[in-house]
Design a binder for this molecule. Structure first.
Ligand SMILES: [Zn+2]
Length: 417
């Protein structure tokens, strides 16, 4: 079988082990061997790495491929589905171009966008990361992203699907399962960006969260939650939500519950969307006031404090920064690793493990995705330089000499390299 042999790479295997110099052989979609010196088989393509870093493809735990780098979420409702699909496919390719070979979706903005994009990628019809497809956000009437107003056509509110009571949540969750999602996304709390329902507000009730989790369990799906309030985090843990985003206002009890569930739960703060809103959103003409700035600063500080504590307790804290807004555009996703280093005190190695090995666990393929080892899927990056010395090089697409997914080059190394 014709394989691909990466010769003399610095192998950063995603597990946290120190990099070592060696070879990696890929056969078909998988890594066939890893060792200090492997023999090339006749017909193998040999990639001379000369010490460049060979590492697992990055994994985005909080993707919104159908976000439109827009200033205001209302845009989702006015773009027709055809144009929206093209934009989503374009973003999928951009993520792969940026070294992200897997994405866990944290909500689509129309019900079937993620699903058809996932399937097009899986069939090989369009380049993109392997994708776990999400539903639209399910929240309550008047919840985050419920942009309906009585003077508008209710059909315009596709960004979020408002449901009230366990019966409506169960129906919405089942409809999403029927269409083929992998992830049910719920929004049980308020948000930094919505003054009427700020982060400490809890929107969904216990029986509503329980209803969605029950459907997910019946159908073998995952549940992801935008949970900033303490009570919402506790409901999520209690009812079996798989990934808790933000956890901004988690109190001691919520932290204890996350710790007790650390074998199964993931936490991802989405730092970038908040950090960039504070520091880089000025030129986009967003609403701003001293009170709003103070609130965003407080939310960011609280989130960081919680993440540092959760990491200390051994909870898996993952990057993923809610990319897809004008001030936090798609393609910048590797910035989150630098934010983990700068704001949470992760070492570059810990940030990389969070974005690779833990990402593979979140994708439901532990040991197969996010690691460089014999038998794992060959999702690999060949990086010019050492990301442990400078984590920001992962943000530079020109430093990604090769990008491989499922054993096939999306970006082949330049000839002679
Ligand atoms: Zn999000």
């Amino acid at each position: 079988m014709l394989g691909i042999l990466f010769r003399d790479a610095s192998i950063l295997d995603g597990t946290g082990a120190r990099p070592f110099r060696g070879d990696v052989r890929v056969d078909g979609a998988r890594i066939a061997a890893v060792g200090p010196r492997l023999d090339a088989s006749p017909g193998d393509t040999v990639v001379a790495c000369a010490g460049a870093t060979l590492m697992p493809g990055l994994i985005e735990p909080h993707a919104h491929l159908s976000f439109l780098d827009q200033r205001h979420p209302g845009h989702f409702s006015t773009i027709p589905v055809e144009e929206h699909l093209l934009a989503t496919l374009k973003h999928a390719k951009l993520y792969l171009d940026s070294g992200f070979t897997s994405c866990f979706s944290a909500a689509a903005t129309k019900p079937r966008l993620d699903i058809v994009v996932r399937d097009a990628i899986a069939r090989g019809d369009h380049p993109g990361p392997r994708l776990l497809a999400a539903s639209v956000q399910l929240t309550v009437t008047g919840g985050v992203g419920d942009l309906r107003q009585l003077h508008l056509d209710p059909g315009e509110a596709m960004y979020t699907l408002p449901c009230d009571g366990p019966v409506e949540f169960r129906r919405a969750a089942r409809e999403a399962c029927r269409e083929g999602v992998d992830v049910l996304k719920i929004v049980p709390s308020g948000d930094t960006s919505t003054p009427a329902i700020p982060s400490p507000t809890t929107l969904m009730t216990d029986d509503e969260v329980a209803a969605v989790c029950e459907v997910a369990r019946e159908r073998g799906k995952r549940v992801a939650a935008h949970a900033r309030s303490a009570a919402s985090v506790k409901m999520c843990v209690r009812h079996g939500v798989d990934v808790v985003y933000h956890a901004t206002c988690a109190d001691d009890e919520a932290l204890d519950m996350l710790e007790a569930a650390k074998e199964r739960v993931f936490v991802a703060p989405a730092l970038s969307v908040t950090w960039t809103r504070l520091h880089e959103s000025g030129r986009f003409g967003l609403p701003s006031s001293p009170e709003l700035t103070a609130r965003i600063e407080r939310d960011l500080a609280m989130t960081c404090e919680r993440m540092i504590e959760l990491k200390r307790r051994g909870v898996r804290v993952l990057p993923g920064g809610d990319y897809g807004f004008a001030w936090n555009p798609h393609g910048n996703n590797a910035r989150d690793l630098a934010f983990f280093v700068d704001l949470l005190g992760f070492t570059p190695m810990e940030a990389i493990v969070a974005a690779t090995k833990f990402g593979g666990e979140l994708m439901g393929q532990p040991g197969e995705l996010g690691v460089v080892r014999e038998g794992a899927l060959a999702d690999l990056l060949l990086v010019d330089g050492d990301p442990l010395a400078d984590i920001t090089i992962l943000q530079d697409r020109t430093r990604l000499r090769a990008i491989m997914k499922d054993g096939a080059f999306h970006k082949a190394p330049a000839p002679g390299s």
